[in-house]
Design a protein around this ligand. Structure first.
Ligand SMILES: Nc1nc2c(c(=O)[nH]1)N[C@H]1C(S)=C(S)[C@@H](COP(=O)(O)O)O[C@H]1N2
Ligand SMILES: [Mo]
Length: 325
């Protein structure tokens, strides 16, 4: 996994990988603050060990259907399912996009979500129980990764606002923090100590209750496959893909802006807001265009990933904030 085959479009991805960050930090001598002692001695040996696990082929997925909500037209062809489910970012399993086999180790049943922090009653909600209390729908959303690739996927899920309502947050809560499963037994990435595990993300309460913010439990008429963030993951399509946390185990309400996984890794490149904007380049590459996975077609990137009419108003008072990176 250290050898990056570089095609033209892969340059941003090979630059974005934390391996690249790690090597650069090591060269700059900043490694002591980032890595544990064991990893510092022989990092290559340490991490190759964890990647030699046997792989299991993907299991067939149960069908799942829900009525299509057409309020948010994607305006693009749906990405072939075979591309969207085999080209993934899920660092708990691998930094490599071909992690579908590794991800089959994810144990998704039983699953529960801890509702914590500034809520009327902190509690743990079983996923089955939660799904009885919401109405599933299908939404076709564009997804734009910060690495400049994109896909268009029919997700099945329910508005995040519905979970917020069930959670009964206190009026003083201003942010929602999401935490991903962190299981060192099934997730090889957890043994890489230079990452700020567990993977966390955050939204303002206003963003979390925006109708576009969606919790997905399926895609392409099937239950969510492990590699795409089973059994439940976020989709916030106006933001770069890393905001859409996978395999969520905890939803916490707070009055402090959560520091996210990617901020913890490289705050200068991956901020809290991370709204899509073609005019604001990543420090190491342009965001003007994106590559559609499946066809490799290059298309112009849209501000707010094309969802401005639904979300831009949330940011008019946020002057002085780094909204787009
Ligand atoms: N827990 C977790 N969630 C995650 C990630 C991750 O590594 N771990 N990667 C993020 C990134 S960078 C992207 S682009 C999307 C990828 O989702 P996909 O694999 O379904 O395309 O998941 C996001 N959610
Ligand atoms: Mo991403």
């Amino acid at each position: 996994m250290f050898i990056h085959r570089r095609r033209g479009w892969e340059i941003p991805e090979s630059q974005v990988t934390p391996e690249a960050l790690f090597h650069r930090r090591a060269l700059l001598g900043g490694v002591a603050g980032t890595l544990g002692a064991a990893a510092m001695v022989r990092p290559a040996a340490a991490w190759s060990l964890f990647d030699s696990k046997p792989k299991a082929p993907p299991a067939p997925l149960k069908p799942l259907s829900a009525p299509r909500n057409d309020r948010y037209p994607a305006g693009r062809a749906i990405t072939p399912e075979s591309a969207a489910t085999t080209y993934n970012n899920f660092y708990e399993f691998s930094e490599d996009k071909s992690l579908v086999d590794e991800a089959q180790a994810l144990k998704t049943s039983p699953w529960s979500i801890e509702i914590a922090g500034m809520v009327k009653t902190p509690r743990t909600l079983g996923l089955e129980d939660l799904l009885k209390q919401v109405k599933l729908e299908e939404r076709v959303y564009r997804h734009r990764c910060v690495e400049a690739w994109a896909m268009t996927v029919p997700w099945i899920g329910f508005p995040l606002a519905d979970l917020v309502k069930l959670a009964e947050p206190l009026g003083s809560a201003t942010y929602v923090k999401f935490t991903t499963l962190a299981d060192p037994k099934t997730m090889p990435g957890l043994h890489k100590p230079w990452y700020p595990w567990p993977y966390t993300e955050g939204l303002t309460m206003q963003e979390a209750t925006n109708d576009l913010a969606f919790l997905s439990v399926g895609l392409y008429g099937k239950v969510m496959p492990p590699q795409n963030g089973a059994p439940i993951r976020l989709n916030v399509p106006w933001k770069y893909g890393f905001k859409s946390a996978k395999s969520i185990v905890k939803v916490e309400f707070t009055d402090q802006r959560p520091k996210t996984f990617w901020e913890g890794l490289q705050a200068s490149e991956y901020g809290f807001w991370a709204n899509v904007n073609p005019a604001v380049p990543h420090p190491r590459w342009s965001q003007a265009e994106e590559r559609l996975i499946g066809t490799d077609e290059m298309v112009p990137t849209k501000i707010w990933n094309g969802y401005g009419e639904f979300v831009a108003a949330m940011y008019t008072d946020k002057t002085g904030e780094r909204l787009f990176a």
